[in-house]
Design a protein. Structure first.
Ligand code: SF4
Ligand code: SF4
Length: 339
């Protein structure tokens, strides 16, 4: 029997999520990239290298994830990968929408990139393309096949919303057929376009699923996928009132870097100018107060402070005012390893 295990926040490793550009060929309806907050430019290779060096002092194991926008639109992504490899990053992942620009899989090899992670948001072409754009399903599937055939460790990210939760079960045969090693389920958050009024009034409702629906669907299907031989991870989201809550901003080492120099420690903060760090003249320094780090220190019975601030409708109270559940840190994951 495969059982979910909560992945504890690591005190001994750092995760660096590096958005090297914000440009993208797609316009996904839930895109969290917010040009006003994240900038619109592409970092030159020299800046990518200098900013990566800011993490060289850390004695922790460092995991690097190249993101965008679409990171393969950056013509010097292969050089950035090789630089990071020489710097000794413990693992290097490239997240992609599957378009694999600049023949990226010809220019790096599985010894240089530990994982290529593809985003697909539907088991059916029509569902995915309604969310991510026409033609994106076929292109992504072809990209996954190409990566698998070249020997890359390949994973798939599926962002669950009301528009696609009913297709999660159909992902089981598709994942087997594609040969991916790992499946990451994410929950749609109210960031970027998802937070806009347009998304709020969308007739298809791409927005967040209700708690009961999430709990009845995601853990069950995650287990089915794990039993088919694929390791699965999904956000824990809800905690019982007596379960321990931890804020990753306080206890873990995560950095979300954007091309305008902002560095956040919490993804839920990325729509606001409350980053705790910033690259100034290529030096990583603390940002002006108040910032996200002040929010991390607040202890509230509801769990995640940022959740209470930006999506309080996720919370539910009993008649006597006590909480039905807490909201976990958005970075807390359940994992079910394949047997
Ligand atoms: S592929 Fe990623 S960056 Fe591009 S539009 Fe979609 S969510 Fe945004
Ligand atoms: S999501 Fe909430 S709990 Fe997690 S780092 Fe951000 S503020 Fe902290």
């Amino acid at each position: 029997m495969t059982l979910p295990q909560t992945v504890a926040f690591s005190r001994n490793s750092a995760n660096v999520f590096f958005h090297i550009l914000t440009q993208c060929n797609l316009k996904c309806r839930h895109c969290y990239i917010n040009p006003q907050q994240h900038g619109q430019h592409t970092l030159p290779l020299s800046t990518i290298q200098t900013w990566l060096e800011a993490f060289s002092e850390s004695s922790h194991t460092k995991n690097l994830i190249f993101l965008g926008g679409e990171p393969t639109l950056h013509p010097e992504l292969p050089a950035a990968v090789r630089f990071a490899r020489k710097m000794g990053f413990g693992s290097i992942t490239v997240d992609t929408n599957g378009y694999l620009f600049h023949d990226i899989l010809e220019k790096v090899n599985p010894g240089e990139v530990d994982a290529v992670s593809f985003s697909l948001d539907g088991a059916a072409r029509a569902t995915n393309d309604r969310i991510r754009g026409k033609g994106s399903f076929d292109t992504c599937v072809a990209g996954i096949r190409q990566a698998v055939s070249k020997g890359f460790n390949t994973s798939l990210i599926y962002t669950v919303s009301r528009a696609n939760i009913n297709e999660l079960e159909e992902m089981v045969p598709l994942l087997k057929n594609l040969g991916v090693a790992m499946f990451f389920i994410q929950i749609i958050g109210l960031r970027g376009k998802s937070a806009s009024q347009e998304a709020d009034t969308a007739p298809e409702g791409i927005l967040q699923v209700e708690r009961r629906k999430w709990l009845d669907t995601v853990p069950r299907i995650a287990r089915m996928i794990a039993e088919s031989g694929i390791t699965v991870s999904y956000p824990k989201v809800f905690l019982n009132p007596d379960e321990k809550f931890e804020c990753a901003g306080r206890v873990a080492d995560n950095y979300f870097i954007f091309p305008n120099g902002r560095v956040y420690r919490c993804p839920l903060c990325e729509d606001f100018p409350i980053h705790s760090l910033v690259f100034k003249e290529d030096q990583l320094v603390s940002a002006a107060k108040l910032n996200e780090s002040d929010f991390f220190q607040l202890n509230i019975p509801e769990g995640c402070v940022m959740n209470k601030l930006i999506q309080p409708h996720n919370l539910s109270y009993r008649e006597d005012g006590t909480l039905e559940y807490k909201i976990a840190c958005c970075l807390l994951k359940e994992e079910i390893r394949s047997e």
